[in-house]
Design a protein. Structure first.
Lengths: 288, 40
């Protein structure tokens, strides 16, 4: 796997360069906003990537909490399966309750992805590793969320005439960012043995803000533009293609950064364990 | 156009700054590993 990293790094760099070229040169210029609309090709994929990382953080945190007790773990497995079945049936049974433009099939796909990802994490990561995964995804997610909060105002200033407005979408995104920053602060500065448990609980509550951010433009009247993908809006197919290329490029980049950060965390914990062992053995060697 | 370039530049600045912090943490950790290896 170590040998694959530089190759994947080069491929991701090539993909990011290609995506940049597509965004700046190939994508058609929007008629009313002009070139500033191209910020959309970085702003939206960054937001989607941040949401995905926070979602993985949520699943990893739940697993860290429930896998401490085998009974709770079994119950959680059945709850996840039941939720998956419910999410597959409910959108068709209560189609009228869905916000306009949200297809039942998209909700079902999200439900299946949720269940699949939950069991994939369970299979690939041990209890301690889920904690490391949660920390990694929260940190990289905050970086992507920062990009969203910086590029948004840079688009808003020329288009709306203001940098920021306290509407629901923008405010809930800022709150989401603050929750995960506080999660990282807690991880960084608390040395208690209960820190991972407290952080996991905070992450579960933090993740509840993600659907609020995502669906706020459907349920509230906001200044933020309506969704152009999966929300009943329309987008030029050439623009959609460039948007998806950029998202794939950002996903690859996020995967590599998460991988590096995860390895760093794993090594750090191994070093800490060795140092603790060495500290325990030191007085004995001094007595000899 | 200035806002467009500012947004793209800001995006990469944020990512590069984060990557620099990761690399710095790596090199710090490597020093600790080397010290531990010497002791062992």
């Amino acid at each position: 796997m170590k040998k694959a990293f530089p190759i994947l790094g080069l491929l991701t760099a090539a993909l990011l360069s290609y995506a940049l070229y597509q965004a700046l040169v190939v994508a058609p210029t929007e008629q009313t906003m002009g070139d500033v609309q191209r910020i959309f090709y970085y702003h939206v994929p960054s937001a989607w990537t941040a949401f995905l990382l926070f979602f993985i953080n949520f699943l990893a945190s739940i697993q860290y909490l429930v896998r401490r007790d085998p009974k709770t773990d079994t119950i959680a497995n059945w709850v996840v399966i039941a939720l998956g079945v419910l999410v597959c049936i409910a959108p068709y049974a209560f189609r009228t309750l869905l916000p306009p433009g949200v297809y039942p099939s998209s909700v079902v796909t999200t439900g299946i992805a949720f269940v699949g990802l939950y069991f994939l994490i369970k299979r690939l990561f041990s209890e301690q590793q889920t904690d490391m995964l949660a920390l990694t995804t929260a940190e990289v997610g905050v970086v992507f969320c920062t990009v969203v909060l910086v590029t948004g105002p840079l688009w808003a200033r020329p288009v709306w005439g203001i940098w920021w407005t306290w509407d629901v979408r923008l405010t809930s995104t800022l709150v989401l960012w603050l929750i995960y920053v506080s999660y990282l602060v807690l991880r960084r500065f608390s040395s208690s043995g209960q820190t991972p448990v407290l952080a996991a609980a905070l992450a579960v509550f933090g993740a509840l803000d993600v659907p609020l951010v995502y669906f706020s433009i459907w349920f509230f009247r906001t200044q933020h533009p309506q969704p152009v993908v999966g929300g009943g809006g329309s987008i030029d197919p050439r623009m959609l293609r460039v948007l998806l290329i950029n998202w794939v490029a950002f996903l690859c980049f996020a995967f590599l950064v998460c991988w590096s950060r995860y390895r760093l965390e794993r090594t750090k914990r191994e070093v800490e364990e060795t140092q603790a062992l060495e500290a325990l053995l030191e007085p004995r060697s001094a007595l000899r | 156009m200035n806002f467009l370039y500012a947004a793209y530049a800001a995006t990469w600045t944020i990512h590069i700054v984060y990557l620099i912090t990761v690399v710095r943490r790596y090199s710090h950790l490597k020093k600790e590993v080397d010290e531990l290896n010497k002791k062992i």
